[in-house]
Design a protein around this ligand. Sequence first.
Ligand SMILES: Nc1ncnc2c1ncn2[C@@H]1O[C@H](COP(=O)(O)OP(=O)(O)O)[C@@H](O)[C@H]1O
Ligand SMILES: [Mg+2]
Length: 345
Amino acid sequence: MSQFNYIKDIAKFGLENDQQKLLSVLNELIEYSKKTKKVNFALQLQSILKEAIRHQQTTGLTKVGSDVHFQRIEDKDYNEFIIEKLTSDYSFENLVCEESVKNELNYFIQEHRSSEILNKFELPIANKVLLHGPSGCGKTLASYVIAGELEKMMVVINLGAIVSSKLGETSKNLSKVFKRAASEDLIIFFDEFDSLGKVRDYSQDHGEMKRIVNTILQLFDYLPQSSIVIAATNQVNMIDEALLRRFDMSFKFELPTENRIKELIDLTLKNGRFSFDKPKSVRGIIIESIGLSYYTIQKTLITAIKRSLFDLPKDSHPSTAKINTAIWKELILKEKSSFSLSKSV
Ligand SMILES: Nc1ncnc2c1ncn2[C@@H]1O[C@H](COP(=O)(O)OP(=O)(O)O)[C@@H](O)[C@H]1O
Ligand SMILES: [Mg+2]
């Protein structure tokens, strides 16, 4: 059966209000999409289906005080704590990093791909990962790569909304989001994990931070082996020692060296449409860029490409173009000087 036939059936059963047949054809389409390598589409459909089923179970007449009523309130909170739910097409090719980091990341991914054999020998599967290092060096990107490589749905948790000034509330919120996400076999991504440290400012009670750390440690124990927790932070020194020890793997993302900057440039120009007008001056700019983040270097290069295009004659429609190297150099120098200014204050 082709995709179009599934769509026709979905339209038919949907319009006829035949829930049972609709569900069965949707499930068939999910299986078909997995087989034909449209895994992200399959995951998205699956998620729509799950949501709809859950919604059906929780809507309808609600009796105040019934279990259903409580569940609905919890759903509302849960959604508030999530920034987004996503699937990813990113793979290792999208990430430039030190070979050692890439190897370790690869091992991590392999543990999940080979979970069957590890389970068979009753070996634990690493599923709690910490990503740390300066801003703009690929931590969030690496989480997308993990999601993409493992073809798993990822929820990005809104820690800002979870951290509360009310005593005990942060722990409660964490439990809520964790338990629910863990039951869905997802990747749970806590970006800016150090925001938990804000509790120290909010709370005069010194026990509060300890309570939160204990809650997280307990939740880590509760995590099924197929679920994954990724935490990312720019300020690893803000995170409690006991908590740091409980991550199975920890990856440090560093500012790029000369070779990594070269790789980043190749990656950014990989569609082959842009090349430098003065290739010989590129190395000098790369050296100038050392100290800046991957994000900043890539951003300036893309800006230079755009500005080089503005200089082309109005009605020319070239399929390739030269990057004005001087423009890029100027942008890099500007970033460098604002960087050193911000460091000296
Ligand atoms: N190591 C890297 N390899 C390739 N691109 C990168 C890398 N680090 C950053 N970038 C680029 O900068 C963007 C922002 O990086 P991000 O992963 O959000 O950094 P972080 O989370 O460490 O602050 C990425 O989407 C990507 O375009
Ligand atoms: Mg980030």
